[in-house]
Design a binder for this molecule. Structure first.
Ligand code: PNW
Length: 467
């Protein structure tokens, strides 16, 4: 039996733009993703989130599925432009009503809501009129939006995540331009990141000063892959450490220690913005838990200035700033995102976080496997996904045994959904979506999770049969 500690949180996760649809209904304003999807050749197959899986209209059926699969927690995000169509000022009551109803439905079914305030669907007005995350004033706009959410939902919601993956927003949105708003630059990612950190901090401090009576916790979710030194040479060990600091330390060091990693300051010089002493004090300690999204592992080696251009996804940021070359082992299994399946990388990353961030309470807020599932005779069998989850959860279990304070795990994703620039083709769900009928069909992995959530672990032999 692989057993998890008493009270371990089992959840599944989604985000607003990826599932809701209803992109222009009931007063919702456009987001940067609505706009990005209209530009030719930015999203595979010309896909968009206009309808997505129509969760907006099917949320009751979806909550029933979560319940039947035994998850005690559900992580979803609020669409900022559904709440504030222009990003600031007027509040859209119909948007409030939707999330309020969803929260009530979850609670009535014994499921704890975990809300992400920002999962990339920025109100378009803030981008077109204000340069989005490049404008320092966005921190005040985000604080005002967070305030509405705390006021209207905080009586029932006790778990808040300010930002999802500021690394993706900065690097893919402002560095490589493959995600909205599609900008390409080697300095804007650092400016956007700076304002993201300040926005997070404002929302965190606002909760502390005005909403602490609600008794909730507020954190931030960062994404990071593991970086394994390619050889035992010290320079490759240093390269792997440097890559982790440019990836995760970029955001986690400020919220735990008040400032960027030294190696980033040294290498970026004037391209890295500077926090004032006052800001450092506010940023330091501005998270109640460590939210981690983790998908894969790559080898890292010192490039000695000779960069091999990696694929856009997962190249770990602006490699020229890090002097790191990344590679995969040819024996590693790849998902349909070309992300390698390397469970021990998950354990090593958890241990690295534990050691660097003083034994922080960690929640894995995303981890999952993409492929091209198919319906056969009305069923979707995905033994490879079960194998993936089993191996990563086993790695989590080992990390816990080694002293890591891992408190919960959210599978990405509850459903197949709009996978950003890759459109609908990669399927990450535990529940299959028939995009013609929008029917939800639980995959065998969803049934396996039911066993895990009800036993707080799984019987090893029994699982072996399933695979
Ligand atoms: C995350 N990368 O995105 C997001 O939080 C989800 O919305 C998304 O569906 C999921 O992971 C799967 O992609 C990422 O290039 C996108 O390293 C890109 C990267 C990492 C995470």
């Amino acid at each position: 039996m692989t057993k998890f500690p008493e009270g371990f949180v089992w959840g599944s996760a989604t985000s607003s733009y990826q599932i809701e649809g209803a992109h222009n209904l009931d007063g919702k304003g456009p987001s940067i993703w609505d706009a990005f999807c209209t530009i030719p050749n930015r999203v595979a197959n010309g896909d968009n989130g206009n309808i997505a899986i129509d969760h907006y209209h099917k949320y009751k059926e979806d909550v029933a599925l979560i319940k039947s699969q035994g998850f005690s927690a559900y992580r979803f995000s609020i669409s900022w432009p559904r709440i504030m169509p222009e990003g600031r000022g007027k509040v859209n009551e119909a948007g409030i009503q939707f999330y309020s109803d969803l929260i009530d439905e979850l609670l009535a079914n014994g499921i704890t809501p975990w809300i992400t305030l920002y999962h990339w669907d920025l109100p378009l007005a803030l981008q077109s009129e204000n340069d989005g995350w490049l404008n320092p004033s966005i921190a005040d706009d985000f604080e005002a939006y967070a305030k509405v959410c705390f006021e209207r939902f905080g009586d029932r919601v006790k778990h808040w995540i300010t930002l999802n993956e500021p690394w993706v927003v900065s690097i893919l949105g402002y560095g490589q331009g493959v995600f909205a708003p599609g900008r390409v630059s080697n300095s804007e990612p650092y400016q956007a990141a700076h304002n993201l950190i300040l926005a997070h901090t404002k929302a965190y401090r606002l909760y502390q000063s005005e909403f602490s009576h609600q008794g909730g916790t507020v954190g931030i979710t960062n994404n990071c892959d593991w970086r394994e030194p390619l050889t035992d040479k010290q320079e490759d060990k240093d390269a792997a450490e440097r890559a982790l600091l440019f990836f995760l330390g970029w955001f986690a060091d400020p919220v735990y220690f008040g400032d960027y990693p030294q190696v980033m300051k040294e290498r970026l010089g004037e391209r890295l913005p500077v926090f004032t002493e006052e800001e450092k004090e506010l940023i330091k300690g501005s998270t109640d838990f460590f939210g981690l999204n983790h998908y894969t592992t790559m080898f890292a080696e010192d490039s000695h200035g000779k960069l091999v251009k990696g694929s856009v996804y997962g190249n770990g940021g602006l490699s020229e700033d890090q002097d790191v070359n990344l590679s995969q082992d040819s024996t590693w299994e790849l998902t349909s995102m070309n992300w390698a399946v390397v469970p021990w990388g998950c354990r090593k990353l958890l241990e690295w976080i534990h050691n660097r961030y003083n034994g922080a309470d960690i929640y894995i807020t995303e981890n999952g496997f993409a492929c091209n599932d198919e319906i056969v005779d009305g069923k979707v069998e995905d033994p490879y996904r079960i194998k993936f989850y089993k191996s990563y959860l086993q790695a989590c279990n080992e990390a816990i045994e080694n002293g890591v304070n891992l408190k919960g795990y959210f599978a990405w994703s509850l459903f197949d959904n709009f996978e950003w620039a890759s459109g609908y083709r990669p399927r990450f769900g535990l529940n299959f979506i028939n995009y013609e009928t929008l029917e939800r069909i639980p995959k065998s992995s969803a049934l396996w999770f039911k066993e895990v959530t009800s036993n707080n672990g799984w019987e090893v032999e029994k699982h072996e049969e399933l695979v």
